[in-house]
Write a protein that binds this ligand. Structure first.
Ligand code: ADP
Length: 187
């Protein structure tokens, strides 16, 4: 299967981005880059990044763009990221998206598709409540969805006019979403 694909996954918390990103990245043999996972492991390891990020993650707030910018710059500069990647959870603000465009220019990389996962709110809350991650309390979930609507949904307008933009219906079973996704990226 051909790799060298660069994909950006957008969508609210619980949309299934992570599940699909993991599957697709494995098949394409490219790294799955989840900023949420990188932050959670930094918190677990009590690194300086983790110490700075913890209070935001625990409250369901966005970690400051500055921290994310250096995190993503380092990650996309690693050797394994040169042949492709699936970005899951970044960008999450218009500021981050602008930064990403600049960074990719610098690194001589471009992305191939921006995939938007569409899922209704009721489905999201139900899925997140059954997942049980430490930041998956009902209060934090509601806050993350609110932050998504305020900060991340405007990104759809940022990307919508670009040829690389597409949407998948994330309300379906994971296998069905995977099928649509494969058609989109022709993987
Ligand atoms: P979910 O999509 O379920 O909310 P993630 O694993 O993507 O979960 O993110 C978990 C948390 O990590 C977010 O609530 C936020 O605090 C932090 N985070 C992840 N990515 C970013 C980002 N790009 N910008 C700011 N904060 C982020």
């Amino acid at each position: 299967m051909s790799n060298d694909l660069r994909l950006i996954f957008l969508g609210p918390p619980g949309a299934g981005k992570g599940t699909q990103a993991l599957l697709l990245a494995e098949q394409l043999e490219i790294p799955h880059i989840s900023t949420g996972e990188i932050l959670r492991s930094a918190i677990a390891d009590d690194t300086p990044l983790g110490q700075q990020a913890q209070s935001y993650v625990d409250k369901g707030e966005l970690v400051p763009d500055k921290l994310l910018a250096s995190l993503i710059r380092q990650r996309l500069s690693l050797p394994d990221a040169q042949k492709g990647w699936v970005l899951d959870g970044f960008p999450r603000t218009v500021n981050q998206a602008t930064f990403l465009d600049e960074l990719l220019g610098e690194l001589h990389q471009t992305y191939d598709y921006v995939v938007n996962f569409e899922v209704q709110d009721e489905v999201l809350i139900e899925r997140l409540l059954t997942r049980g991650r430490r930041d998956d309390t009902e209060e934090t979930i509601r806050r993350r969805i609110e932050v998504y609507r305020q900060e991340t949904a405007p990104l759809l307008d940022f990307y919508r006019e670009r040829d690389s933009f597409c949407s998948v219906d994330g309300n379906r079973k994971p296998e069905e979403v995977t099928e649509s996704l494969k058609q989109v990226v022709r993987a």
